[in-house]
Design a binder for this molecule. Structure first.
Ligand code: FAD
Length: 445
């Protein structure tokens, strides 16, 4: 169907979300410019051994390293479930590719580069170009100020009908607030700056958190460290509890305080002498370039108000966000959100009125509060990502999520929980893999 209106759209970021947004916007007939401060596509998946000089990321003026990948990282979702619907993430057996079902991070970067090549997205991207300001002018257009790296004195101001923010949310560390941490003599680091286990040789390490990264990193560090103590809310018993299969990993309740004598006190009175605290405590949403005159705020990690995690009601559809939710399969959700945004911008799909959208947002926030969900979990989609995706699919008139993908996502989540050491190499859902490849074959042929 020809577009009703073609818009000038700025996409900020050329990670997976930005690539997918650019693809769908152009397919709809819009004119797209993608701004990317790195010199290649891929965002998070561009591994670097560089780390930030402030290891816990509290200094607002620190030089930023975007990616939080560690060297050994393999995906925590099988490639079929991660896959974009339009461009299957099939195993390639050529020399430099990693055909494993849960591949290493380089394979994901290669996949995203292939996607960008397939749909000629690179030609839309301005590399080495950082967006320093986005604001709405009096004529309603969005003014985007960008700076080309190496030419920092020259910025460029341009006007767009719409801006799609695709800047990711795994760069700005959240750290645990530990009483006494400022006077504790040991080292502290956030997982954002973790790359390899060697610096932890013979150390006593306290890891805070129980995310997928915490699980992987604790096992890796235990191979060289003297002791690893994992502190999390989910461990509440007072007994010493070592992790089955490991002699030097201990499950502890939350840290109560860090003490000047170098010790760490856990709840229920247990105390150890430790060398390093590693915060695996997640990330903060941050949009330092975005000036919406207070309309969109980040409050306790809630980006809002946003209709369906995408549109601020009073600025819709001219400002939108792709990729805010977590505890999801991100790539396919980027496709749903991007198709929706592209169709709304052209006028092919309609949105409710700003008042109706705002009422929907308020009802959503009220339901979270009534269920005791903390504000900082606003974008946590545990249990309803597919319902959400299918709702968007209905708006777009597109096919809903494949049944095999839903089941495969659940199987992977269970495997990760029950068999964290082996789930990437042993599984029982070959029937779903078969169904996925049947779909992929239709897609490719
Ligand atoms: P990003 O990939 O972060 O891309 C954002 C881009 O915006 C970057 O290229 C950045 O340079 C650019 N940018 C930011 N600010 C500006 C600016 N001001 N101007 C210009 N450019 C800017 N997902 C999975 O599907 N499977 C996994 O196994 C998996 N494992 C993960 C493991 C870790 C440790 C982490 C951190 C994430 C993992 N993810 C995984 C989630 C991953 O973040 C998503 O898959 C996805 O890559 C996010 O894409 P994005 O485009 O939203 O963000």
């Amino acid at each position: 169907m020809p577009p009703i209106a073609a818009r000038d759209v700025a996409v900020i970021g050329a990670g997976a979300a930005g690539l997918v947004a650019a693809r769908h916007l152009r397919r709809e007939g819009h004119f797209v410019v993608v701004f990317e401060r790195e010199s290649q596509v891929g965002g998070t998946w561009i591994y670097t051994n560089k780390t930030e000089p402030d290891p816990i990321g509290v200094d607002p003026n620190r030089p930023v390293v975007h990616s939080s990948l560690y060297a050994s990282l393999r995906t925590n979702l099988p490639r079929e479930a991660m896959s974009l619907r339009e461009y299957p993430f099939v195993a390639k057996k050529t020399g430099h590719r990693d055909p494993r079902r849960f591949p290493g991070h380089r394979e994901v970067l290669e996949y995203l580069k292939d996607y960008a090549t397939e749909f000629a997205i690179g030609e839309l991207v301005r590399f080495d170009t950082e967006v320093s300001r986005v604001s709405q002018g009096e004529n309603g257009k969005w003014e985007v100020r960008s700076i080309k790296r190496k030419e920092e004195e020259h910025h460029l101001d341009e006007a767009f009908d719409a801006v799609v923010v695709c800047t990711g949310h795994y760069t700005d560390p959240r750290i645990a607030q530990i009483p006494g941490a400022d006077r504790w003599p040991g080292k502290q680091i956030h997982s954002h700056n973790y790359r390899t286990p060697e610096p932890f040789q013979d150390q006593v390490v306290v890891i805070i958190g129980s995310s997928a990264s915490a699980v992987d990193i604790s096992r890796e560090i235990a191979s060289v460290a003297k002791e690893v103590h994992i502190a999390s809310w989910s461990t509440s018993n007072e007994e010493d509890q070592s992790l089955p299969g490991f002699t030097n990993i201990w499950l502890r309740p939350m840290v109560e305080s860090a003490n000047e004598d170098g010790s760490i006190s856990f709840q229920h009175g247990f105390k150890i002498s430790a060398d390093i605290i590693l915060h695996c405590t997640g990330y903060k949403y941050s949009f330092p370039f975005l000036d919406t005159k207070g309309i969109v705020t980040v409050d306790d990690n809630r980006v809002g108000p946003l209709y369906k995690h995408v549109f601020p009601p009073s600025l819709a559809p001219w400002l939108s966000f792709v990729g805010l939710p977590w505890k999801i399969a991100p790539f396919p959700q980027f496709e749903f959100q991007s198709e929706w945004i592209a169709g709304i911008l052209s006028g092919r799909i309609s949105l409710p009125s700003p008042d109706e959208m705002m009422k929907d947002v308020e009802a959503f926030y009220a339901s979270l509060q009534a269920s005791g969900v903390p504000k900082r979990y606003t974008h946590n989609m545990t249990g309803y990502q597919f319902e959400y995706n299918d709702w968007i699919a209905t708006q777009c008139g597109s096919p809903k999520t494949e049944e095999w993908r839903k089941k495969m996502y659940s199987a992977a989540s269970l495997g990760r929980k029950e068999r964290p050491e082996t789930y990437r190499d042993e599984w029982e859902d070959d029937d779903l893999v078969l169904q996925a490849y049947q779909d992929f074959t239709k897609q490719i042929s």
